[in-house]
Write a new protein. Structure first.
Ligand SMILES: CC(C)(COP(=O)(O)OP(=O)(O)OC[C@H]1O[C@@H](n2cnc3c(N)ncnc32)[C@H](O)[C@@H]1OP(=O)(O)O)[C@@H](O)C(=O)NCCC(=O)NCCS
Length: 300
């Protein structure tokens, strides 16, 4: 799709795919963008001469691509560049999306070098579309975290295998849970089994001893509200929790609102109370209590 020649700038007209191919690719292949997002992204494409792109934005796009690319194969969280005022237009709103799209060929090459099946590769990269759709539902409130999260996909740091995503690490494989209906214990077990086979096969030089996870889903306070047989409780039971520590720079209450209600700013009284979890989240906060972000692990 895009050239994988490292000297080939994304802003070079030759790097832009023919429009119909690009549209098809955007909607079906690398990113599985929903129609509204794909339309907006196509319309704001950084074509040479596009009035939507000023020289500073073009400079930032090229630098962001270079910065993420320089850490190809890395698996830490990375900021691709500064947070931008996204309401200023499509170039500002989607600058990092263009950077990730420009890196699709690069990361596909990395996947190929690790003998990773096309299906895993495309499924993993399709998280871009999923995140953009969530961000749209969140009226663009969700992006700052996604901006950094999506650099993992663009560097070969994360893989989606069945119901879960897995982040390469030093000794642990990080487990992430994306929104896609219930996470039944069977689906989780099948996915973990897939990961147990995937990493030794495709990353034989990396030695993993545990799966680990940091999440609001691991907060034992949820046990006060959720039934014993709920998927969240059963997921939690797999992990041995690390002692609670206030995470630096992370507001667990806000993260719970993000993942359960997909809003960070709606007043508690206006949040829906349809499910046992929704009621629990609001009642807990209204009682003046806080949710905790907990970390846990279990041996591979
Ligand atoms: C993780 C997730 C898949 C669990 O959903 P699940 O498998 O349905 O979970 P449970 O079986 O434990 O659900 C128990 C109850 O909570 C409700 N519930 C679970 N997740 C919910 C959510 N995100 N929003 C609203 N209600 C939710 C269920 O509907 C059920 O309530 P009900 O019996 O009144 O219908 C779901 O919460 C989700 O998609 N979250 C977004 C992604 C996320 O949080 N990832 C972790 C990031 S750190």
């Amino acid at each position: 799709m895009w050239s994988s020649d490292p000297s080939h700038s994304f802003l070079d007209p030759r790097a832009r795919p023919a429009s119909s191919t690009a549209r098809q690719s955007l909607e079906h292949r690398p990113a599985a963008l929903r129609a509204a997002d794909a339309g907006e992204i196509m319309a704001g494409w950084p074509d040479p001469g596009s009035p939507l792109w000023n020289p500073e934005l073009r400079w930032l796009l090229d630098r962001s691509i270079a910065l993420v690319r320089a850490d190809l194969g890395g698996h830490g969280w990375l900021s691709p560049g500064p947070e931008l005022p996204r309401e200023r237009g499509p170039a500002w709103r989607h600058l990092y999306v263009y950077a990730y799209l420009a890196l699709v060929d690069v990361v596909r090459g990395y996947h190929r070098d690790h003998d990773i099946a096309d299906a895993v590769s495309w499924t993993t990269l399709a998280d871009l579309g999923r995140n953009l759709a969530v961000d749209r539902r969140m009226h663009r409130e969700g992006w700052p975290v996604m901006q950094s999260w999506l650099t993992l996909h663009a560097r070969g740091g994360v893989y989606e295998l069945g119901r879960l995503q897995y982040q390469r690490g030093d000794t642990d494989i990080g487990v992430h849970i994306f929104e896609s209906g219930p996470m039944t214990p069977d689906a989780v077990t099948a996915s973990l089994d897939e990961a147990r086979a995937f990493f030794p096969r495709h990353f034989p030089d990396e030695r993993y001893t545990a799966f680990s996870c940091g999440s609001w889903l691991l907060d034992p306070q949820l046990l006060e509200y959720l039934p014993e047989d709920s998927n969240i409780v059963r997921f939690q039971r797999r992990f041995e929790l690390e002692p609670y520590e206030e995470p630096e720079g992370l507001d667990a209450d806000a993260e719970v609102l993000r993942f359960v209600f997909r809003t960070l700013t709606t007043p508690l009284d206006q949040l829906p109370r349809r499910t046992v979890l929704e009621r629990a989240i609001v009642d807990h906060l209204k009682a003046g209590r806080h949710w905790h972000w907990r970390r846990g692990r279990f041996p591979i």
